[in-house]
Design a protein. Structure first.
Ligand code: HEC
Ligand code: HEC
Length: 306
């Protein structure tokens, strides 16, 4: 990479560009030169023939056409003086994608800044009642969250549904805002090295029992022992989970990684590591506050569709 940042490449590419333009100007000019007057009886042709007697005369291009070529060539020179394009030369206007982006951000900041500032002072439950805030939240969610949580916020395998009653980290305004600001990392260790395949099957029996499925009493008893040794610390004595750790409730119908026997065994054997990225730096606390109000509104009956 360092090579491409050196002055040498900048000069090389700049020179190639300039030489190309000069050669093109010379070429267009050479084609525009008037030829000796055409001999009406025996005109010079290009030697192609179509349909027997249709031939192509070797005439110069019309003047207006040549002028268009000149215009584009001189335009390109003007462009390269004004805008970046010649190697590393930045152009006299000082335009750059970054400066344009920054100007647009500053304009948006001036327009929405005061509004966000006001929202930031308002608590999340109040904001969650405000149609304007929900509209903004909806747009932010569509830009930054749908790729993982889905456009209906309904989630996908490994990405939690934000519209149901099952919350890994709790459904309070504070918990939701914290999830978005700081991110979350769910740590479910892989247990196969500790309890073996057999232990995983036993634990799975107990998880299915917790989920309300029909499991033979002796299997439940055996599974419970394993569960109480290794799982209880995070998923709790009743299997209701722990929002401090993001350990899911195993007794409900909501499954982050799927509720089939195979998926449950896989969760236990291989472990799971869901990552919710932190958005504090990226979006800033004001936008996160609006997003938190939007997500919180789902717990208050608001629907993600609008
Ligand atoms: C160190 C804490 C911890 C321990 C101990 C633990 N788990 Fe977990 N478990 C978690 C976390 C956290 C998640 C969620 C992972 C994620 O968010 O990606 C999870 C996820 C799961 C899931 C997937 C749930 C779903 O909704 O798809 C199952 C099943 C599960 N654990 C069962 C067990 C069993 C059985 C044991 C004991 C063998 C166990 N866990 C031990 C923390 C733990
Ligand atoms: C790269 C994928 C990804 C993106 C982008 C993402 N999330 Fe997440 N989010 C996750 C995952 C994965 C989890 C679950 C973490 C875990 O397993 O512990 C999560 C968890 C959450 C939670 C906690 C859910 C609970 O049950 O407690 C909230 C709230 C949340 N995300 C909101 C958002 C919002 C709002 C955005 C947009 C700013 C967003 N997420 C963007 C992947 C993502």
């Amino acid at each position: 990479m360092a090579d491409f940042n050196s002055v040498y490449w900048s000069i090389f590419i700049g020179s190639v560009t300039l030489v190309s333009i000069v050669v093109l100007i010379w070429f267009v000019w050479s084609q525009a030169k008037a030829r000796p007057p055409l001999d009406a009886d025996n005109p010079e042709t290009m030697g192609h023939k179509w349909d027997g007697n249709l031939e192509e005369y070797n005439n110069p291009l019309p003047r207006w056409w040549m002028n268009l070529f000149y215009l584009t060539l001189f335009w390109s020179i003007g462009y390269l003086i004004a805008y970046p394009g010649l190697g590393a030369f930045k152009g006299l206007l000082g335009w750059s994608q970054v400066s344009q982006y920054e100007a647009e951000v500053a304009a948006a900041e001036a327009e929405y800044g005061p509004l966000y500032e006001q929202y930031q002072k308002t608590d999340i439950p109040t904001l969650a009642q405000n149609e304007e805030v929900l509209e903004m939240g909806h747009n932010l969610f569509a830009s930054y969250c749908t790729q993982c949580h889905g456009s209906d916020a309904g989630g996908a395998r490994g990405f939690p549904n934000l519209t149901d009653d099952a919350w890994l980290y709790g459904s309070t305004p504070e918990a939701i805002e914290h999830s978005i600001l700081k991110g979350r990392a769910g740590v479910m260790p892989a247990w196969v090295a500790v309890i073996g395949e057999d232990g995983a099957q036993k634990a799975a029996d107990y998880v299915e029992h917790l989920a309300g499925r029909d499991i033979a009493a002796d299997k439940v008893e055996a599974g419970k022992q394993t569960y109480n040794q290794v799982c209880v610390a995070c998923h709790g004595a009743e299997g209701k989970g722990n929002p401090m750790l993001g350990a899911p409730n195993l007794t409900d119908d909501a499954w982050l990684y799927g509720g089939t026997r195979t998926a449950i065994v896989e969760s236990i054997v291989k472990g799971r590591n869901g990552q919710m990225p932190a958005h504090e730096e990226f979006l800033g606390p004001a936008k996160v506050h609006v997003l938190a109000a939007y997500v919180y509104s789902f717990t208050q009956g608001n629907k993600p569709t609008r």
